[in-house]
Design a protein around this ligand. Sequence first.
Ligand SMILES: Nc1ncnc2c1ncn2[C@@H]1O[C@H](COP(=O)(O)OP(=O)(O)OP(=O)(O)O)[C@@H](O)[C@H]1O
Length: 307
Amino acid sequence: MDAISIENISKSYGDIPAVSDISLSIRPGELFGLIGPDGAGKTTLFKILVTLLLPDQGRATVAGYDVVKDYKALRQLVGYMPGRFSLYPDLSVQENLAFFATVFGTTIRENYPLIQEIYSQLEPFKDRRAGQLSGGMKQKLALCCALIHKPEVLFLDEPTTGVDAVSRKEFWDMLRKLNERGLTTLVSTPYMDEASRCDRVAFMQTGTVLAVDTPSAITNRFTKPLFAVRAADTYQLIHDLRLAPFTESCYAFGEFLHLAVKTAVVSDRQIGSYLLDHNHRNIEIHPIQPGIEDTFMALMTQPQPTA
Ligand SMILES: Nc1ncnc2c1ncn2[C@@H]1O[C@H](COP(=O)(O)OP(=O)(O)OP(=O)(O)O)[C@@H](O)[C@H]1O
């Protein structure tokens, strides 16, 4: 049985389609990522799966329970960390945790082993109000609160948005440890680089799923030759490269542009001479292996099939 089964789920807000005919299966024990930009429909799908929103169409089950018919039973079985700050800012760290435990009819002591490793980092601040914690600590507390009733399936909606790079890495390390204990986890993120931390990912855009696979299989879908290119005038460089006859796509990735070319015949020498002809200086070009972000960018810009 799938841990999460989503069949042809759709949801609109008035005329605005937020999720359009999505089907996905998440296996027990998977750390599964929903990757997509703002507005892709991730939060809407999460709310449907944790029984906070009714779908317009389709069917979904979590841990074998129907998200509409069995919503009461299901609420005991899922842990949910919403995207926005979900804690009580005027309650202390410990009071927040005790509150969430009580709501689910349990105690901190009963399930402490599950959160121990994460909570031990918060314990020195247990009397501090949640509103006064740093972003990374708030996120750890919210995770503890989502775990305190020992859920079967964990839903984390953009847990790392607005959190610094070190805390992001720590958070993913924690998720992997929880996952190693067998906890099925669905996590959403707008950060494409986090995809590689998941067992499988679904890439979402404008309410639809563009690709579902392991991170390495998604990366393997990128078949065009790829180059990293840099020159003195980045703005003019991107402009000129996008107009070049050999260019398939060209995007800024940190200090370099990533240039995908149409055929394997195009070499870095040809690109270099084109750029010299266009008066570029300090040119650097080298072939690179595509990463998952390159594949996602390519998927996003491909024309989508119409219904
Ligand atoms: N309550 C609402 N009323 C009207 N439109 C909404 C509502 N909530 C979301 N939408 C719209 O539905 C679409 C999907 O939004 P959703 O929040 O599910 O996406 P998301 O991927 O989670 O992005 P974000 O990170 O911005 O929340 C967007 O176009 C959004 O503007």
